[in-house]
Write a protein that binds this ligand. Structure first.
Ligand code: SF4
Length: 80
């Protein structure tokens, strides 16, 4: 069921068809293109929550880098 839900939002992803390398940059400085695409994405929140829930380590998900997601997880733990 969870997998079906994830496929549903992925079908509407703004990054469909975009070179995956854009979303797996080698440095934080190279994330701007991916973040710009995410900013226009209709499923950004679902994507970000998926990445947070699944502890996706690499790449830009939901407009957030790995480092930014780690920070979000820490902040959520503090406020939980
Ligand atoms: S938020 Fe970004 S990485 Fe996630 S589906 Fe949308 S465009 Fe792709």
């Amino acid at each position: 069921m969870a997998q079906q839900m994830s496929l549903t939002w992925r079908n509407r992803a703004a990054c469909r068809g975009v070179d995956p390398d854009v979303f797996y940059p080698v440095s934080d400085e190279e994330t701007e293109v991916a973040k710009a695409i995410c900013a226009q994405c209709p499923v950004r929140e679902a994507c970000l929550e998926y990445a947070l829930a699944n502890r996706e380590r690499d790449g830009v998900w939901g407009g957030a880098t790995e480092r930014e997601r780690r920070r979000m997880i820490r902040q959520r733990r503090k406020t939980a």
